[in-house]
Design a protein. Structure first.
Length: 260
């Protein structure tokens, strides 16, 4: 068994489907609040265990077709299988959402959670020729070595081949910046993936603003980048859990219906 499959299996030893629904609904509500959503488009998904308790990427939760992220609730999320069949709920799954998310879950065991957005600043970087998120700022350093770049926009994802191509482009990385399109962020929990989504957009925002001055970036030495990466490896899980727990506390006070 590969390390990635072991990690994916270990992540569901205490899996709670109801809590997974709550977490995914909270992430969608906060993505809207942070200005990361786009109408009723884009999707967040989470792979769930098969009947034997192991995640294989064959079943997943996803936000329903035609619902605005501000109105998502835990019960409105669709549970579907690898063939697009709805297993639980009265709602439907949008075609491009199915072909992107189902194939990433099926191909990449560590992609238990997949968040796809057209969030403004990160997407802006994907529109520039051969642009990368540069390791020149503290938030950006959270992503050193973790981003893959897909340089081939292929239109709407309306078949398995395109979903498989996107998954292959992501590969062993947890983040894929998609040329002329947007971003896909994956993780082993909603907290980890959402924390990455938030800080990635912050990092992209700073770089778009800095680029607008027309002046060059101030370079961070390679040894400092490497040292920071080692520090991040230890601190990121704690940051992600505390950040997402705080966001849920706020939502519990202000929009408690997300748990319904």
């Amino acid at each position: 068994m590969t390390e990635s499959v072991v990690l994916a299996s270990a992540a569901v030893t205490q899996f709670d489907l109801d809590e997974a629904r709550v977490d995914l609904a909270a992430a969608l509500r906060w993505a809207h609040r942070f200005g990361l959503s786009e109408g009723v488009d884009n999707h967040f998904s989470m792979a769930v265990p098969d009947d034997d308790g192991v995640i294989r990427g064959k079943r997943f939760l996803i936000n329903p077709y035609g619902w605005h992220w501000s109105e998502i609730t835990a019960s409105s999320l669709v549970l579907c299988d690898e063939n697009g069949n709805v297993l639980s709920g009265d709602n439907e799954i949008e075609d491009t959402a199915f072909f992107i998310h189902s194939r990433i879950h099926a191909n990449l065991p560590n992609a238990i959670v997949v968040l796809h957005t057209h969030m403004p600043y990160t997407t802006a970087l994907t529109l520039l020729d051969d642009t990368r998120l540069e390791m020149v700022e503290q938030n950006a350093l959270l992503f050193d070595g973790r981003i893959a770049y897909d340089n081939a926009y292929s239109g709407l994802a309306l078949d398995c081949d395109e979903g498989d191509r996107i998954a292959a482009a992501m590969g062993e990385h947890s983040i894929l910046m998609m040329a002329n399109h947007g971003v896909a962020v994956s993780g082993t929990s909603v907290a980890l993936a959402f924390n990455d989504l938030y800080y990635l957009e912050r990092a992209a925002m700073f770089q778009v603003l800095a680029r607008s001055t027309g002046r060059p970036f101030r370079v961070i030495p390679d040894e400092i980048v490497a040292r920071t990466r080692r520090q991040v490896d230890k601190e990121l899980p704690k940051l992600a859990q505390r950040h997402f727990t705080a966001l849920k506390r706020m939502l519990d006070r202000q929009e408690p219906d997300y748990r319904n």
